[in-house]
Design a protein around this ligand. Sequence first.
Ligand SMILES: Cc1ncc(COP(=O)(O)O)c(C=O)c1O
Length: 381
Amino acid sequence: MRNKDPLTPYGNIPMVTPIVSAVNYEYVSFEILRKITEGEIDGYTYHRDDNPTVRAVEKKVAAMEGGADCVICTSGMAAITMTFLTYLKTGDNLLTFHDIYGANYKVSLILEKFGIDVTWLNAAEPEKVPENIKKNTKMIFCETPSNPLVKVIDIEFLRKQADKVGAMLVVDNTFATPYHQLPLEWDADLVIHSATKGLGGHNDLMAGAIVCSTQEQYDELWFTRQAIGTTLDPFPASLLERGLKTLDMRAAKMAHNAQAIANFLKGHRKIPRIYYPGLPDSPGHKAACKQMKNGFGGMLAFDVGNTQKDAKKFVEKLNIIFHAVSLGCTETLVCLPVLTTMLYLPEERRTTFGVKANTVRLSAGIEETQKLIDDLKQALE
Ligand SMILES: Cc1ncc(COP(=O)(O)O)c(C=O)c1O
């Protein structure tokens, strides 16, 4: 007995995209098979190619970022690696910044194995970009705000630099989310997300997204995903779709909490240094005012006391704030980047661009603001 579609026998439409767990589909006709394989229609044949639950989320993320389309995959790192694999080849140069998520360093070692040369700059020194652009620079890849020091890079400036040699500009928008920043409006070519973070928002799924500014890019990235098999499963895709529904609300509360925390920590006798683009004297404030909206995001970084022992003591005294990696989710989290997200870097690289042994990264959640301030206050006593 063949399965008829159980959801639409009378034409009613489910409020939530169904989770289609099939990895294989029966062809209704050779004509439909032709239309699917020639890209005339969004049809489904095999999960590695496409899945309807995933496809529904792709369209939603593309709309949120103002893109032509989006390719969703198994993690943020898969999204970044797929982008490099699709657009870089032997002899090309990739210009990027020390201020990006630590695992990218590991990916750069793989790129180097394939003869791709990688230039690393400090995101706080954008004036060094022009002199480091090479004839063979094919891509500029940045995070803004960056991980972990929340440095802000002017996307429009990078666009101009990339245009000098016809390079692509790829922006990891994980920290900002589309609620605060739309890199495509500043003419970035692609926008990357670790959807594990703000887009999903609940610490319960892992996914990545590449938002494309053109249909051609979608086809190119889809080709890579289909070839290497980084297609997301429908279950996390469904959780992601659910997360997207509350993104604006969550991002607004996180930014509110982060700004309140930054205001509280600034000038505290045990906090010698703080990075938050919403503080008017922060180096990234001007660029953030230009390209961010609805506040400055939920991420901040600060040094505690003078030594790592001071920072560890502070973290251990927190009651409602969790000591964990990841970010952009409902709970407020703190971690010491040198012991966690930057472990992937060789020792000498961990502190070259401003991170210290006592630097703490904080991802604001959606808890009541005063409860967070009270927790920080008692942990600093
Ligand atoms: C800014 C940023 N981009 C990418 C990633 C990688 O994402 P994932 O862990 O989903 O692979 C992370 C992870 O923390 C991140 O912070």
